[in-house]
Design a protein around this ligand. Structure first.
Ligand code: IMP
Ligand code: MG
Length: 178
């Protein structure tokens, strides 16, 4: 199926402003804690990079890679860790950073997994929330934007690996077949 970029859902300016607010909240809540910020590869990379600079407190950073079996636009609920953390999170204040919460299966799986490693605390920061699609309840501690049920790309989010480097979030539209 052919796809093309549709309308801009969240502009670069809106993202910048919201990330600044989230960074301030994180900085306030984690002052003196030196949190470990864990980005979920690869979608959260762009958001994480801006978020930690907006937070302006001492943090350390690590990444975890997951793949959910299914097509690129649907999550099956079966999640596999493809690239694990490089450090122990035992007794650390961990802030998990994800690009988008859709059904909620990926993040809940990750949360359960990380919790078994006994972090001191574990919170979730998500850029986008597609609540309409939720299959499992998810507690989001810091949220950028709630969005309607569209497939979106940009600012880290991809379709088939592309569009991650857009500075804004746009709707991906399916071209009517000729
Ligand atoms: P969940 O397990 O259904 O919550 O799926 C979450 C994952 O699906 C995200 O980390 C994304 O990689 C991917 N995903 C869900 N919706 C979108 C979207 O609209 N655009 C790009 N990726 C998405
Ligand atoms: Mg993802």
């Amino acid at each position: 199926m052919d796809h093309r970029l549709g309308r801009v859902l969240i502009s670069q300016a809106e993202i910048t402003e919201r990330v600044r607010e989230l960074g301030s909240a994180v900085a306030q809540d984690y002052a003196g804690c030196e949190p470990l910020v864990v980005g979920v590869l690869k979608g959260a990379v762009v958001f994480l990079a801006d978020l930690i600079r907006a937070a302006e407190i001492p943090v350390t950073v690590d990444f975890i890679g997951v793949s959910s079996y299914g097509t690129s636009s649907r999550s099956s609920g079966v999640v596999k860790i493809t690239s694990d953390l490089s450090v122990s999170i035992e007794d650390r204040h961990v802030l998990l950073v994800e690009d988008i919460i859709d059904t909620g299966r990926t993040i809940n799986y990750l949360r359960r997994n990380l919790q078994t490693r006994h972090p001191r605390s574990l919170k979730l920061c998500a850029l986008l929330d597609k609540a309409e699609r939720r299959a499992e309840e998810v507690a989001i501690d810091y949220l950028g934007f709630s969005i309607p049920n569209h497939f979106v790309v940009g600012y880290g989010l991809d379709f088939g690996g592309l569009y991650r480097n857009l500075g804004y979030i746009a709707v991906l539209e399916t071209e009517p077949s000729a």
